[in-house]
Each structure stands twice: as C-alpha cells, then as structure tokens.
Design a protein around this ligand. Structure first.
Ligand SMILES: [Zn+2]
Length: 299
C-alpha cells in the first residue's frame, strides 16, 4: 500500500516536474522569440535626422510595414522611406504607429527638442504689403491667390505617393539676410514668423532647384511676386519667391542643381533677395536643418 502510495507520489512528482520543465522551457522559448521579434523590428526601422521643432527625420522602414500612422494621420511613404517634419512650434510629443502586414503594430513615442527663435525688426515696408488690403479688387486677388496655392498643395502635393527627394542643395550661395523662424515686427507691429530663409543677392543671380522634383505651380502673385513651387514627393515641397525671372513651367521635371529662375525684388520684398521655403505637408521646416541633416556644413 505504502509502496503503491510512493509509486503514485513519485509518478505525480515526475509529471509535475516534467510539466514544470516543459512550462519553463516554453516560457524561455516565448521570451526568446519575443526579444528576437522585437529586435528584428527595431533593427529594421532606421531613424536619422533632427527630432527638433522645424526639423525633419527620415525613416527607413521594412517591406512588411503596410501603414505608417503619426498622431492618427496616415503618412505616405515610398521606396521604404518616409519623412516626418515638425513645425516651428510643434507639440513636443508625437505618437508613431507601424502597422505590419501580419496585423501586428509597433508603437513609438517621438520626443522633440524645443527651439527658440530670434526677434527681427523690419521697418519701411510699404503700407500696402503690411496692412490688410481694403480695396475689394485687391482682397479678391489675394484670396484667389491664396486659394490657388492651397488647392495645389492639397490636391497635388499631399496625395503624391512618389518620392523624388534624395538629397538637398542650397538654391544659391550668398549671404543669409533672414533665418528661419524669427518673430517679425514689421513697422512696429508683430507679424507672423518668417517661414523660410532669405538670401540677399543681386537681381539676375541664378537660382538652383534644391532637390529633384516636379514644378507644380508658377505665378506672379501679390505677396510672393514671381514664384516657383516644386513637389519633391511624399509630402515634401519647396518654394522660391520674389523672383525676377521664372525659367521653368508647370509639369516640368527638374533635377537638383538645375537653374530654375533668377533673384528679383517682386511682391512683398524690401530689396533683391530670394526667399526659400521648404515644407513637409503644411508644415514649414527650417531649410538649413534639412541641409545639415544631409551632412552639409552650416553656410
Ligand atoms: Zn523671406
């Protein structure tokens, strides 16, 4: 009887030991697979660039990612590359989600660095460019021109899933007379910040396209003067304003470094200069941060 009990007992303990070992092994295998899985996912997503207000980051993402979501907004990406830009005073915490083909989701928190900006005082800008237009014809013109640019951005640039942007070049090499982001006080009145950089240069100085793309709009508008808007794909675009001459046409493919126009003093401008703006969707970025992101030295 005792023997029977002992036999039973040892059989039970054998089963219990066996199941303990089995579960421990299973646990170790699952743990190993989880770590491996996470490290594969982590390894395959490569981040570079500047996670800072008015900067941009580049993501190299694996084939298996089918959706990329930033703060509940789905982003376009192409050739396994996505860009994310941040506005001048963007919120410092963003939520990024990668949705994989197998339905699994990887979540990341993007923490941005905060930036401070200069205050810039500008005097002697003609009143017609500073005060809100009162004449009805001019109001209609300004509204129409604003609508034209907004529509091109919304309907052509934002939905474009192709990527042309590879690298960046400065549109010209000259003294920078106004940096990105400075808070402007024009004729003593605080105005919206400066959303690009200004190069002072002689009228007629050639302007180069900053990155591969397609010309999506040109015109001669009240504030911009003569300008060129170029789509670089997946939400990226650049604008060149106050030109003297426009040397490209809408629909034209343009390569980085190609001459597109010349420096002028048209529109709301106090002297010959080029205003260069670089955008990720509706967010204006600091072109010099993008310049630095590609390993170029500060001009
Ligand atoms: Zn400017």
């Amino acid at each position: 009887m005792n023997n029977q009990k002992e036999a039973n007992f040892s059989f039970c303990s054998f089963i219990s030991n066996f199941s303990n070992i089995f579960f421990v092994r299973l646990f170790v295998i699952i743990l190993f697979l989880t770590i491996l899985h996470k490290s594969i996912y982590a390894k395959e997503i490569v981040y570079s660039g500047n996670a800072i207000q008015s900067g941009m980051i580049k993501l190299e993402i694996p084939e298996r990612v089918k959706q990329l979501i930033l703060d509940d907004k789905e982003l376009n990406f192409s050739q396994n590359i996505a860009y994310i830009g941040f506005s001048r005073s963007d919120t410092l915490v963003h939520h990024l989600q990668f949705v994989f083909n197998d339905g699994s989701i990887k979540e990341e928190i993007l923490q941005l660095e905060e930036r401070s900006y200069d205050i810039q005082k500008i005097e002697n800008i003609p009143k017609k460019y500073v005060e809100k237009p009162k004449d009805e014809e001019l109001i209609n013109r300004v509204n129409l021109e604003y609508q034209i640019i907004t529509d091109v951005r919304k309907n052509i640039i934002y939905p474009n899933k192709n990527l042309y942007f590879i690298d960046i070049e400065q549109p010209l090499v000259s003294r920078i007379s106004s940096v990105f982001g400075s808070q402007r006080i024009i004729n003593g009145i605080p105005k919206r910040p400066h959303f690009g950089i200004d190069y002072a240069a002689k009228i007629g100085t050639p302007i180069k396209n900053c990155a591969d793309g397609i010309v999506v709009l040109t015109g001669d508008f009240f504030y911009n003067g003569k300008f060129i808007l170029i789509d670089h794909g997946v939400g990226l675009s650049s604008i060149y304003i106050h030109l003297d001459e426009i040397q490209v046409h809408i629909g034209q493919k343009v390569e980085k470094g190609e001459n597109i126009g010349t420096v002028g003093n048209t529109g709301k401008s106090t002297g010959p200069h080029l205003h260069w703006g670089f955008y990720w969707y509706e967010k204006a970025l600091d072109p010099l941060l993008i310049w630095e992101m590609f390993g170029k030295e500060k001009p």
